[in-house]
Write a new protein. Sequence first.
Length: 141
Amino acid sequence: MVDIRKIYRLSLFIVRDKVDFIYSYSEFGQLIDFIPIIVDGLSYLKEKFPNKSDSWYARALARALVGVKKVSSNHWLVKGFKYFGDSSSLYNIVQLKDGKYVCDCYSRAFGFYRRGKVCTHIASVILARKMKYNFLDLYMI
Ligand SMILES: [Zn+2]
């Protein structure tokens, strides 16, 4: 079982370009090979959603690394974590025909706080798709 707090700390290091720190996490050894893919994915996310905080990008990355599961060509499941303030254990993200993504956290209790903003559940799906995430099942919690 992977500790989401560790994954988040790791993600924050990557977001802040402190990739060297990753080498001290031996349990993520397999992840090191994918750093270039992750860095590419993050720069794509930063282009698409500029001016977000480091923690926003790091939450999206942590979710993409451990909690995104593809259901069909336009439907993904994203695991919820209390650590990130999620009230549900699972979220559905669907890509509409116009290309926009919707997440069912908008319709849940407290979800309205996120209305009008792109939640990190959606960001994690966009990032996971960009990274082609074949390796992510390794870390699926
Ligand atoms: Zn959401």
